[in-house]
Design a protein around this ligand. Structure first.
Ligand code: BES
Ligand code: ZN
Length: 646
């Protein structure tokens, strides 16, 4: 029904726009002299983005100016998007991406209507929005987001930490921003942007760019009870459009250092600032490895507990889950990861989602280098060893070492990139870089990687261009080295090549010995749990047998207060083990965990574990989910809905 109404609305709107004669340019406008300057890398054979309707060689967006007002009652954001366009001579139209946008009008800069049509929507990609240019090089779209904009999460006060004000945040990656911004939503089509965001006076807006009005300015908000404030932002570096991000809520700020600070709800601010106090040092460490941090400030926004991800590398403003606040700074590798994306992902960006590993694999490698600089090799080796275990289990889950899903370069045509929920891009990608590092030596590899960032700043990247750069600047025709590295095999073949750098096997020698002794004796007294880091505790919990008798679980919980741990990763490992053994005493802790945060990585496996214990676990799962579901983000509840039905 909604779709039909929408179609009628669109038809009516179209018929109002006068049909313009299809001429290349209006007389008052300067005729274009050259084709749009798409990045040369987009000519690479693997640079065609199957997840966007845009045709950037004909016409491309170079700048987006948003002037939007939030409507918390209707759960919509709307206003205008003004796009700067570069077009080839004779280009008649520009194609944008649109997912459920309600478009009111499209005009040129002078307000003259332009003809536009919405093509057939694809369930994954959304629809092409075709605008006849009629010579215009600036177009203005008046619109609002649809009812179920995938990028937007509108939280009611109960879903926040403070419980008093509503909250809005956006999540653009991978192909969601087209549900609130009418632009060419392809990571290879970089755009500068600016925005003015009008919000209720009690709230604050933050975005992934320079904050021009940190405290906002009075705005005309006749429709908003209590008045309205406007916040202005600017990103003057060309970025992939999935990196445009917005959050609105009762948000406070605490400075951490000259370039770093924390944004969070007041209820979370102090704990978050303490937890992530090393952010400033992390920026310095990353710079010493990979060259200048080019984004000005590095701030962190800690989101309400329903944020479905761990973190998101929005430029100048990482979005982070509050589940990383363990109270002891143990989970700060998440910040190192999102910061690392300031080089791999935001500076040099996968041109298509088939090369997601260029974002996440390179970042996972850099993350460990930042961690090593700050916290030493031993602690970092433990995290790398955990990653190795994940690599093995993700390899199995993806169908084993022969499965095409285990390649680094993927073919995601026809698939939703966000549904390819696999850690392989991260773990296999990082293992690949560690293998090269181990083969050529750290000094040589570091010099190459730094030059790679310096050589392609603010550019898209593909697997083929990445490998060509490696061959030109690192291998340099050394045939023996070329054979040793197995570059093509790593990127284009499934499985893990035999030259893989060995994992740090000694990292957990003592922990594994303790787990074996515990397995034999069933007594927890000799396990030095209290002396261990979080990664050692995690390894231990994942290393004991999956089936444990009740007295043993009692002993574990009593000795280590597992149900009370504030480290979300350790709690998660414990709850998985306990629930798989139908251990009733852990149910209240599980219920609390599942109703106080909505990070999908934790929520999904725990419900899975409960459902697998059919007679015992299903009623528990149903009871907890009834309570938890209204607090979850659609990314999380969508996944759990499917599981509960199945
Ligand atoms: N860029 C990702 C998050 C993402 C990936 C969002 C794909 C949408 C689609 C981010 O950098 C990330 O990897 N986050 C991880 C945490 C990280 C420490 C591994 C997460 O959210 O779990
Ligand atoms: Zn990442």
């Amino acid at each position: 029904m909604r779709r039909i109404l929408m179609a009628l609305f669109v038809l009516a709107a179209c018929s109002k726009a006068p049909q313009q004669p299809a001429q290349p340019s209006a007389p008052e406008q300067k005729p274009a002299t050259a084709a749009p300057a798409v990045a040369p890398i987009l000519d690479a054979p693997d640079a065609t983005d199957e997840h966007s309707h845009a045709r950037p060689r004909e016409a491309r967006v170079t700048h987006v100016a948003l002037d939007l007002t939030t409507d918390f009652a209707a759960k919509r954001i709307g206003g205008t998007a003004t796009l700067d366009i570069e077009a080839a001579p004779g280009a008649k139209e520009i194609v944008l991406d649109d997912k459920g946008l309600e478009i009111r009008s499209v005009t040129d800069a002078a307000g003259k209507p332009l003809a536009w049509t919405i093509g057939k929507p694809d369930p994954i990609l959304g629809a092409p929005l075709n605008v006849a240019l009629n010579g215009a090089r600036k177009i203005r779209i008046a619109y609002r987001s649809g009812a179920d904009a995938g990028a937007l999460q509108w939280l009611n006060p109960a879903q926040t930490a403070g419980k008093k004000q509503p909250f809005l945040f956006s999540q653009g990656e991978s192909i969601l921003n087209r549900s609130w911004i009418p632009t060419q939503d392809s990571p290879g089509i970089r755009q500068t942007w600016e925005a003015r965001i009008v919000v209720p006076a009690a709230l604050k807006a933050v975005m992934s760019g320079d904050k021009l009005t940190p405290d906002g300015e009075a705005a005309d908000g006749k429709t908003m009870a209590g008045g309205a404030r406007a916040f202005r932002f600017r990103m003057d570096k060309p970025v992939a459009p999935y990196l445009i991000a917005l959050a609105v809520g009762d948000i406070g700020f605490k400075s951490l250092g000259p370039r770093t600070g924390i944004y969070a709800e007041p209820a979370t601010l102090a704990a978050a600032a303490w937890e992530f106090a090393d952010a400033e040092k992390m920026v310095a460490a990353a710079e010493s490895l990979y060259g200048p941090y080019r984004w000005g400030r590095y701030d962190i926004l800690v989101l309400p507990p329903s944020f479905p991800f761990g973190g998101m590398e929005n430029p100048t403003l990482t979005f982070a889950t509050p589940t990383a606040i363990a109270g002891d700074r143990s989970l700060v590798s998440l910040i190192a990861h999102e910061l690392a994306h300031s080089w791999s992902g935001n500076l040099v960006t996968n041109a298509t989602w088939n090369d997601f590993w260029l974002n996440e694999g390179v970042t996972t490698y850099i993350q460990s280098r930042i961690m090593e600089r700050l916290y030493g090799k031993a602690a970092t080796d433990r995290e790398i060893a955990l990653e190795w275990d994940d690599l093995q289990s993700d390899m199995k889950a993806a169908g084993g070492p022969a499965s095409p899903m285990t390649k680094l370069h993927l073919d995601l045509k026809g698939q939703d990139p966000d549904e390819i929920a696999t850690g392989l891009a991260y773990e296999k990608g990082a293992a690949f870089l560690r293998t090269i590092e181990g083969t050529v030596g750290r000094a040589r590899f570091d010099a190459w990687l730094r030059a790679y960032f310096d050589g392609h700043p603010f550019q898209p990247m593909t697997s083929s261009v990445f490998l060509a750069d490696l061959r030109t600047n690192l291998v340099r025709g050394d045939a023996a080295l070329e054979r040793k590295l197995m570059l093509d095999r790593w990127v284009y073949q499934p499985g893990i090549p035999p030259n893989v750098a060995p994992p740090p096997t000694q990292a957990f020698a003592a922990v594994d010995a303790a787990a074996r002794a515990f397995t034999k004796s069933g007594t927890a007294a000799a396990v030095p749990f209290a002396d261990w880091s979080w990664s050692e505790r995690l390894r231990f919990l994942n290393g004991v047998p999956r089936a444990l008798p009740r007295p043993t679980l009692d002993a574990l919980d009593r000795a280590f207060h597992l149900s009370q741990t504030r480290n979300s990763e350790v709690l998660f490992a414990w709850l998985k083990l306990a629930l798989a053994n139908r251990y009733d005493p852990a149910v209240p802790a599980a219920e609390h965990f599942l109703t106080s945060q909505g990070r999908r990585k934790f929520v999904q496996p725990l419900f899975e574990t409960l459902l697998a214990q059919d007679g015992w676990g299903r009623p528990i799962a149903q009871r907890i989910y009834a309570k938890a579901r209204p607090t979850y983000h659609p990314v999380t509840s969508g996944t759990i809905d499917k599981m509960m039905k199945g």
